[in-house]
Design a protein around this ligand. Structure first.
Ligand code: NDP
Length: 264
């Protein structure tokens, strides 16, 4: 018997990176996974890989910015599967880095539309069914950018901070229906979203990470699977940082290392 046998999971942005790894992990644990993505190619590939490893999954095209499409997608999934146990609000983009006064209004709105509005639409539409079955696990993909902020990414950080507000308030609103709402805050994780930054600074980031490596999508999937499973039943409104300790590092560490080297 696997942890998620008989459960139905929905993952947004499942066509690549973290969403793909989460879809595969939830499937490995027995869930029927509805892998959704704005584009077909990646999402269908995720489903194909799940089928090849003996899991159960389907693809649905879903742009999380479209509130009507979100409702019809959740309805379709519920009609087909008879349950919605797990929602992973993962879809996202990073936006282009720029000083705050140079970020265009269009890009600002798009970032908030995908991360915040999209997560809200999906949460709302799936909570309707989770309430009926008196069970649910909702996971919002925030970021370390909501812990430390990130220069040049005011739009991204604002969206990821907003997801914490959504997580904490909806955790209270939905608790009496046995629905938990939690967040993940990954650090720098290897994916298309971080291609640019890793091309510039991979070694620097890996060596300044206490656990000594760049995180993988699978590292995030492990934490997501825990929050998605019945094992996390007494956790709600929290966020788990998946960063190998990266957030703890600061300039004083270098000073202290030098000081200890000179005195020992
Ligand atoms: P990827 O770019 O690899 O994956 C993001 C996925 O979201 C893509 O498949 C993309 O589709 C999809 N997507 C984009 N816009 C929409 C939309 N409107 N509707 C539905 N799907 C959409 O990035 P990651 O896997 O790295 O990121 C996944 C999540 O994790 C994001 O929310 C990101 O902010 C967060 N995160 C990532 C970190 C990292 O270091 N990688 C760190 C912290 C948080 P397509 O590519 O087909 O357009």
């Amino acid at each position: 018997m696997k942890k998620l046998d008989g459960q139905t999971a929905i993952v947004t942005g499942a066509g690549s990176g973290i969403g793909k790894a989460i879809s595969k992990k939830l499937s490995n644990e027995g869930a029927y996974v509805w892998a959704t993505d704005v584009q077909e190619g990646g999402g269908k590939k995720t489903v194909q890989e799940i089928h090849e490893s003996g899991g159960k999954a389907d693809f649905l095209q879903l742009d999380v910015r479209d509130a009507d499409q979100v409702i019809s997608t959740m309805d379709l999934i519920y009609k087909s599967s008879g349950r919605i146990d797990i929602l992973v609000n993962n879809a996202g983009i990073s936006g282009n880095p720029a000083p705050v006064d140079l970020i265009s209004n269009e890009e600002w709105k798009n970032l908030l539309d995908i991360h915040v509005n999209g997560s809200f639409y999906c949460l709302k539409a799936s909570a309707k069914y989770m309430k009926m079955q008196n069970y649910g696990r909702i996971i919002n993909m925030s970021s370390l950018a909501s812990e430390t902020s990130l220069q040049g990414f005011a739009h991204y950080a604002a969206a990821k901070y907003a997801l914490l507000g959504l997580t904490e308030t909806s955790a209270k609103d939905l608790a009496s229906y046995n629905i938990t709402v939690n967040a993940l805050k990954p650090g720098i994780i290897r994916s298309t979203l971080t291609d640019g930054i890793l091309a510039m600074a991979e070694e620097r980031i890996a060596t300044s990470t206490p656990l000594g490596k760049i995180g993988s999508p699978e590292d995030v999937a492990e934490a997501a699977c825990f929050l998605a499973s019945p094992d996390s039943h007494f956790l709600t409104g929290i966020s788990i940082i998946v960063d190998g300790g990266f957030r703890l590092v600061n300039e004083m560490d270098k000073v202290m290392t030098e000081m200890m080297a000179s005195t020992n």
